[in-house]
Design a protein around this ligand. Sequence first.
Ligand code: KIV
Length: 262
Amino acid sequence: MSKKIKDLIKKKNKSKIVCLTAYSKKIASILDNHCDIVLVGDSLGSVLYSYKSTKEVTLETMINHSKSVRLGVKKSIMIVDMPYNTYRNPREALKNVKLVMKKTKCDGVKLEGGKKIIPVIKSLTKNKIPVMGHVGILPQTDKKFSFKGKKKKEINKILNDTKLLETAGAFSIVLECVETKLSKQITKNINIPTIGIGSSSNCDGQVLVIDDLIGMSDSKFKFVKKYVDTSKIINSAVKKYKNEVKNKLFPKAKHSFANLKY
Ligand code: KIV
């Protein structure tokens, strides 16, 4: 396990872990100054491509965006989501994860699921590949997106899944839309950090989709907090540009290539 990952695990019970998604270099380089983990999430399918589900995201798309993100991430841990149907068995997973690691130089991968994918996780960690787990709502396979951890059976399943993921060697686990009390119980029950999204402050860290945070998405989820309305800022800048072009105020002489000094 790399020093970066070991240091992250040590943050449990000491310092909250900060994680955000990124899909390209410039944003990634900004996040790199503030985040412990930069995640190339397959949420890019809905955020950038308007896919109905993350099922449509391909390995090639994840690799291309991750290569761009890699150019911006120097200090943080960079994790790449393995897309749907790329880790159905240990052999397929190892082949695809090795390709992702080789092409993107990421620090690790994230896989959705619990008990069912334990043989896959074991095979990856045996091959020294850092793996982040993901339980609660599983966007790749869930038919209905509903809050997790209300029913007894569901609670026991998630508790069991998170323990199994820890034992299989995962270095942390994302809890997506997991009920508040259950998040607390899981976080107490395992020795690796939990990273929550819509799962309360009981987790060891938090993750959000960057486009939601900066107001570049149409997300209506309550657990999302818009810290800045970038759409508004861009709209006003473009409006200004349009006015200046129409009124011949842009470009000035200094903006002409012939007058630029390099
Ligand atoms: O794909 C993604 O962005 C994610 C986070 C929301 C955890 O999995």
